[in-house]
Design a protein around this ligand. Structure first.
Ligand SMILES: [Zn+2]
Length: 246
């Protein structure tokens, strides 16, 4: 083989390796940028926990950011999608449109509502502390979602939090909740790795089910259906199960 061919192959290989690393680091990078923005909140009134990992009832939940204050609790899910993002408060799936190619994503408000519920359970539901569900997209995305929903760009998160001025907690209560969450946060590296492994494991389990033509959610059969955006595979147990193959 010619040297030039070898160099060419090595360059192409290196390019793909870098592309994969770049792709993988995106999510984390998004979280870091939002963390940097949240650090601008006055420390005296707001406490921030980034990348909170909570284990409860055999499940682990990863929450991008939580802001604690006397004005309530703000739970933030950061997204690093590109394209136009469409979706409604009550639809299970949202649409990502990249130059006419449509993809589905699970309603991120619902996803984050799960995080809100986890926190409510941890601090005791009876407290009636407002817990705000916030979904934040990077500027790579164009948000086409109803303006009344708490779906916003990263740089609007801090102004949004600051707009909530009604006091619901004393300083002591807010600190107590902060300490509760902080002490529940799994910081052990091995346990954190375990979370990533189990997420991957669940993904592998879902992939196997789909490869066998089964619904990964309920075990029903995947059937071809006609929808607004063309044909898709859905669960035979619809409407009881709303699973759609992405
Ligand atoms: Zn199903």
């Amino acid at each position: 083989m010619e040297w030039s061919t070898i160099i060419m192959i090595a360059a192409v290989f290196a390019f793909f390796v870098l592309a994969i690393i770049w792709q993988r680091s995106k999510g984390k990078r998004g979280e870091k940028q939002v963390a940097a923005l949240l650090a601008l909140l006055p420390k005296k009134n707001y406490k921030v926990i980034n990348d909170l990992l909570i284990q409860s009832g055999g499940h682990s939940t990863q929450i991008d950011h939580v802001v604690l204050s006397i004005y309530g609790i703000f739970v933030i899910e950061t997204k690093y999608y590109q394209g136009w993002i469409y979706g409604g408060e009550n639809s299970e799936y949202w649409t990502q449109n990249i130059y006419g190619n449509k993809y589905q994503l699970r309603n991120p408000l619902w996803q984050n509502q799960g995080h809100v519920k986890t926190i409510a359970r941890m601090i005791g539901d009876e407290r009636n502390v407002p817990i705000y569900n916030i979904v934040a997209f990077s500027r790579r995305a164009t948000i086409k979602v109803d303006r009344s929903l708490p779906v916003m760009y990263w740089w609007n998160v801090v102004p949004y939090i600051k707009r909530h001025k009604e006091v619901h907690l004393t300083d002591d209560q807010a600190n107590e909740i902060y300490n509760t969450l902080l002490s529940a946060n799994v910081t052990d590296r091995a346990a954190r790795k375990q979370h990533v492994t189990s997420v991957k494991h669940n993904q592998a389990r879902r992939n196997t089910a789909v490869a066998n033509g089964k619904c990964p959610r309920c075990g029903g059969n995947l059937v071809l259906r006609n929808g607004r955006y063309g044909r898709f595979y859905g669960c035979s147990n619809y409407p009881n199960c709303k699973y759609i193959l992405k």
